[in-house]
Design a protein around this ligand. Structure first.
Ligand code: SER
Length: 592
């Protein structure tokens, strides 16, 4: 079965169980300042898991492209990737553990015809706050899974929230106990390096996790305890690439159809063989990173030294350093890899409109910058007599030189690098970036989301005000919200004058002062558009949409959430107006 067929089979299966298919979210979340990337299918559903009504109902399914930057260092083995597609199904306060586990089991054993003897399951053993999940254990037993295929684990393995264990969760975050299914590759011998006995969560590669049913029923409170959510939810996620791999009993996910054409291209152009164990690691890194970079660029990310842009830069530079070992003229090589990625995904529903040309443009610019950095880095190495672990780390940091490259260059000078010193520097740096990303959660999610909700409503007012002042040609092109400000891109051929900006600002403030109620209504998409509701991302909507109305000033299709009354917004101020490309202007504004 191809992965395209498998994806469809999964969606059809859950549709036959009463689920509605929803469109996937962008890889870079627009209105969620707490995270850089969409890293699981549940992310776009957080307000609905917390109790808001979803326009498509209580049973949803989709396939969500995801990016996990924390896995960058893991890429290179047979199963880790930064970019992957997550098959998902959700119950928003509808069915619970029994149906979820039964259906997933049915999907694996009857639809995919996996051998039940190769499947193992896990459940939550409990901790001092949350009891052991015996309900899940009983359900697995009733489904006929033998005792020696059922494992209990603690919070590190069988508790799921976006931040990890219950202790790691900030106030306002939701999560719960989970149950995973694993596939056993009997052709792989356990490696005692990973412990005496093998088990589903062992890292030796014999077992592969292929699906996770999370029972999201808790929200963490300010005082550190857990509150039951108003509804019991199921959040299931399973990696399409991994499930495809086990469906053909293939332990190496780079050999499935979503990767193999890229690896094939690398083999062809480098004239090296993937079957050579020394080539596998670089080829896997190149294949994963170029694919991830492709989708990040399509989601609007540009290489930079900040946030998403920095991650993209790291991916691209790592690819370029690895490619440097194969060729000194990278552009044609990279061009063919980008084409290979586009070919694989062209038929999917989320293949970007812009296609591969945009990606190439961004990659060529970064390549030119990197080639300059590479030349400088090499000069740096030339000057130095002794390459210490610290210097190797600096080269890594400044020029994006991975240790292996510096080692190769050092070897040419007959030098050896102190790997332990490099590792220590690396750990120090990791700690720093962990602290930096933890900083993004400062204030707790509860507080963050209150502020972003206000900005969300202010964005609607701004949109409507711009159309009233400048004309109906104004259409939203994009938006982004942080806890400090909103950013709004819209179609408009020329600069907006000082007077016009003032007029827009006043108009928004007048609406705020009018104490206008904000109401919502679920409608068929066609009816919503006919009724005059604004909505310029029609391909992203499902058949049913929520329309938010603010007095008689604004009416717009949106997922929410919003404040209940405009008086909650305070004072609105436009900070800056600038160009955001041909025919597109950008406004920054803040509330105080
Ligand atoms: N949110 C869970 C995960 O990412 C299941 O979808 O594993």
């Amino acid at each position: 079965m191809t992965s395209n067929e498998l994806r469809q089979k999964y969606l059809d299966f859950f549709k036959s169980k009463g689920h509605k298919e929803i469109p996937s979210a962008s890889l870079v979340p627009e209105n969620d300042p707490t995270t850089l990337f969409t890293s699981s299918g549940m992310q776009q559903l957080i307000p609905y898991l917390k109790g808001q009504a979803h326009p498509e109902g209580k049973r949803l399914t989709d396939s969500q492209p995801c990016f996990r930057s924390q896995d960058i260092e893991e890429v290179g083995d047979n199963r880790h990737t930064t970019f992957f597609e997550m098959l998902g199904n959700w119950s928003l306060g509808d069915y619970f553990k029994k149906d979820q586990l039964t259906w997933f089991w049915e999907f694996l054993t009857q639809e995919l015809k996996l051998d039940p003897d190769k499947l193992y399951v896990s459940y939550f053993e409990g901790d001092d706050q949350i009891p052991e999940d015996t309900e899940t254990k009983n359900i697995w037993q009733e489904l006929g899974i033998p005792e020696n295929h059922i494992y209990a684990y603690g919070t590190k393995k069988n508790w799921w929230s976006r931040s990890g264990t219950p202790e790691e969760m900030p106030a306002g975050e939701i999560g719960g106990p989970d149950s995973e299914v694993f596939y056993e590759f009997t052709q792989i011998e356990h490696d005692p390096k990973y412990g005496e006995k093998c088990h589903p969560n062992c890292e030796c590669g014999r077992f592969l996790e292929i699906g996770n049913s999370v029972f999201i029923q808790y929200e963490k409170q300010e005082n550190g305890t857990f509150k039951e959510l108003p509804q019991k939810n199921v959040d299931f996620g399973g990696g399409l690439e991994r499930i495809t791999a086990v469906s053909v009993n293939e332990p190496d996910i780079f050999k499935i159809d979503l990767f193999w054409p890229i690896i094939g291209k690398i083999e062809e152009l480098s004239k090296k063989n993937y079957s050579d164990p020394n080539e596998q690691n670089p080829m896997r890194i190149i294949a994963d990173h170029i694919k991830a970079a492709f989708f990040l660029i399509e989601s609007g990310v540009q290489p930079s030294n900040k946030l998403q842009g920095y991650i993209l830069r790291r991916l691209l530079r790592r690819v370029m350093v690895k490619l440097n070992l194969y060729t000194k003229d990278q552009r044609p090589f990279l061009g063919e890899l980008i084409d290979a990625v586009a070919e694989i995904y062209r038929a999917t529903s989320y293949f970007p409109e812009q296609g591969e040309e945009l990606v190439k443009q961004v990659v060529w610019e970064e390549l030119a910058k990197f080639e300059r950095a590479l030349a400088q880095g090499l000069k740096e190495i030339e000057k130095i007599e002794n390459i210490t672990g610290k210097l190797a780390f600096d080269l890594f940091q400044t020029y994006g030189f991975p240790l292996e490259l510096t080692e190769e260059l050092a070897k040419e000078k007959g030098l050896e690098i102190d790997r332990e010193e490099f590792r220590q520097e690396f750990e120090k740096h990791k700690e720093l970036s962990r602290t930096a990303s933890a900083g993004m959660f400062k204030g707790g999610l509860g507080e963050q989301s209150e502020v972003t909700t206000k900005y969300h409503t202010a964005t609607h007012l701004l949109h409507a005000a711009l159309r009233k002042v400048l004309g109906e040609h104004v259409q939203q092109k994009g938006s982004n919200i942080t806890a400090e400000r909103l950013r709004f891109d819209f179609s408009q051929p020329e600069k907006v004058s000082e007077e016009q900006l003032k007029e827009v600002e006043n108009l928004v403030n007048e609406q705020i002062q009018k104490d206008l109620p904000v109401t919502s209504e679920v409608m068929d998409k066609e009816d919503a558009l006919k009724s005059g509701a604004l909505g310029f991302f029609t391909e992203k909507y499902g058949d049913k949409v929520t329309v938010y109305t603010i007095g008689d000033f604004s009416k717009e299709i949106c997922g929410g959430p919003h404040v209940n009354n405009t008086k909650e917004l305070g004072n609105f101020k436009i900070i800056k107006e600038e160009s955001a490309g041909a025919g597109v202007r950008r406004i920054y504004a803040a509330l105080s």
